[in-house]
Design a protein around this ligand. Structure first.
Ligand SMILES: C[S@@+](CC[C@H](N)C(=O)[O-])C[C@H]1O[C@@H](n2cnc3c(N)ncnc32)[C@H](O)[C@@H]1O
Length: 294
């Protein structure tokens, strides 16, 4: 008798599709747009992240060799290996702040429910939440960045932590009261109240994505990162809310999104945020320092 494991089967067919795509020589990065300090990539993060990793390691190895007064081109292969080995010790991103698919069919379910209450808006493809984020991507994020804030962390296999970030949505009805972001921050649990109850939304923010996070909540999340963080990646960027929050906080951003419709929304939102004449970049408070006792 055959044992079916829907989650494993979904991931296996996904890997098979990626292999077939590679076999056809399809480009991993389908489109790329740079807006100010934001690099926006249309592609599948499972394929794009290793590419960004190779690119970052190589650039850093060259920078390290130059800083030591050894031009890369003039170094022998042993020395180059040495620089690459040193570059491997530096994380690819300072932080990953993301909101991956949880695999609970949230996108399609919300679309169906909405149809009963209001004329449904076209939020693009709604089948991306049928499988949870790939465990390989979750592992990659943890290995290749100093800090992680991962929404839906309660759906993934992540270690115990002192610091969950809790977004209390002030909802009623059958929706969850709160959403939880797992973090590796060395802090206590923190909570924000931000109403997001169907059409009742704090700040009346425009909705572009079915599972869009409020900008204020993403800015609050970024505010918990150490002041040393300069570059943030969101591999499941959706309509780019993390990116807009990064622009507002003066952080560099790399956003990856697989669906063209959402990618285009992200490009528009980040262009608008970058060009906003009244844009106010909030300086981040310095990290408290532990003073020596003696
Ligand atoms: C929960 S939504 C993110 C919503 C986002 N926080 C916002 O405010 O708009 C997850 C997004 O990940 C995208 N996605 C799913 N799998 C992906 C993959 N393998 N690579 C890149 N993007 C992916 C989906 O298309 C979806 O837009």
């Amino acid at each position: 008798m055959t044992d079916y494991d829907p989650q494993k089967d979904a991931h296996d067919s996904y890997y098979a599709a990626i292999e077939a795509k590679r076999g056809r020589g399809d480009a991993v990065i389908r489109r790329e747009v740079q807006i100010g300090d934001c690099r926006l990539i249309l592609g599948d993060c499972l394929e794009v992240l290793p590419l960004l990793e190779r690119e970052a390691r190589f650039a850093r190895a060259i920078a390290l060799s130059k800083a030591a007064g050894e031009p890369w081109a003039g170094s022998g292969s042993n020395r180059r290996c040495e620089w690459i080995r040193k570059a491997m010790a530096i994380p690819v991103f300072d932080a990953v702040v993301t909101d991956p698919p949880y695999g609970i069919g949230e996108s399609a379910a919300k679309n169906n429910r909405r149809g009963l209450l209001a004329k449904p808006k076209d939020y693009g493809s709604d089948d991306w939440d049928q499988a949870p984020a790939d465990p390989k991507v979750i592992a990659w994020m943890r290995e290749n960045s100093d800090w992680q804030i991962i929404f839906g962390g309660n759906y993934f296999d992540l270690p115990p932590t002192s610091c969950w970030l809790v977004w209390d949505k002030k909802v009623n009805g059958d929706f969850a009261d709160c959403e939880l972001a797992w973090t590796n921050l060395k802090k206590a649990v923190r909570r924000i109240e931000w109403m997001w109850n169907g059409m009742l939304r704090k700040g009346n923010e425009e909705r572009f994505h079915l599972t869009q996070k409020p900008l204020g909540v993403m800015e609050w999340c970024l505010g918990h990162l150490p002041a040393s963080v300069g570059i943030v990646c969101d591999p499941y960027a959706g309509s780019g809310t993390t990116g807009v929050a990064c622009v507002k906080r003066g952080l560099q951003f790399i956003g990856i999104e697989r669906e063209t419709h959402h990618f285009e929304t992200m490009v528009k939102r980040i262009s608008a945020a970058t060009e906003a004449p009244d844009m106010f970049i909030e300086p981040r408070a310095p990290e408290p320092k532990q003073e020596a006792l003696l």
